[in-house]
Design a protein around this ligand. Sequence first.
Ligand code: GLU
Length: 288
Amino acid sequence: MNQRGRLAPTPTGFLHVGHAYTFGIAAERAAGKLVLRMEDLDITRCNPEFTAAAIEDLRWLGISWIEGPNCGGDFGPYCQSQRSDLYLLAWQQLAQQKSIYPSPQSRRDIDTAAFAPHVSAEGESVFPAAYRPNEWVVPEHPGCVPWRFRVPDGKTIEFVDKNFGLVKRIAGVDFGDFIIWRRDSLAAYELAVVVDDHYMKIDEVVRGEDLLTSTARQLLLYEALGWKSPNFFHTNLVLDCNGERLAKRLHGMTIRELRRQGVAPEKVRNNSVEGLRISQHDLPWPNK
Ligand code: GLU
C-alpha cells in the first residue's frame, strides 16, 4: 500500500458517519499520503461554512492530509472552484476529438420523450441515442449548453475493484451518454474528478459503492484523454437501523452531532456507532 489517495467531500452539508467510514478507509490505505479536495463546483449549493466544518471534523477524526495550497503554515484544501482552466483544457481535447457533443436536451425532455427511454438497473433513464446530433461545429468555448460524452454502445467496461472484485457495466445499457459540461458553463462531476485525480497523481480512489457506475463512466474518460486510470476501492455504504442510506436521512448522524454526544472519534471512524450497519451489496445490481 502506501499509495497516494484523496479525500473529496462536497461541501453542501455537514459530514456524516458515512463520510467518516469512507475517509477512515482512505486514510488507512494511503498510509498518510492523502490530498484534500473540496468538490465545490456548484457554488449555488456549496458553502464555505461547510468547507471549514469538514476540515474541523476531519481533524477531530484524526485524519490528516499532506498537501494543498499553503494557508499560512497549514495546508488548505484544493478547491475545484479554482481549477476551471484544467477542466477547460480537457473539454477542448475531448471536443476536438469529437468524443463529446453539445446536448441541449434537459432531463425532462428525456423523461417525456415520445419514445420511452431505456431505464437502467439503477433506475436512470438512459440518454436516447436518437438525440445525438449528426453534425456540429466545435466552438472555442463550451458556451451555455451542456456537453455529453458519447459512449461506445454495447461495450462492456470492466474493472477489478479492490473491495468488490470484478465489476462490469455495459455502455448504452447501464448508463448512456453522460454530461461532462454543464449548462451554467461549469465542468460536470465526471470530468472534474477525472481531471483532478489525474493531475493530483492519485494512485487509488476510495469512495462509496454508490459511485461504481460513475467509475465505469470515468474509465471511458481516462481512455479518451489518453491517461492511465487509478485503482479503485469502493466502500460499502453505511445504513441506518431501517436499512436506509445515511446520505438520505441523517437522523443526527453527522460527525459534529456524534461528537457533541461524546462518542469517541475511533467509533465514528470504524462505524461502531450503535444502530448502524454497512450495506451487503444492497445496490440493485444484477451482476453482483
Ligand atoms: N464529492 C463526492 C461526494 O462527496 C465524492 C466524489 C468521488 O469520490 O469521486 O460524494
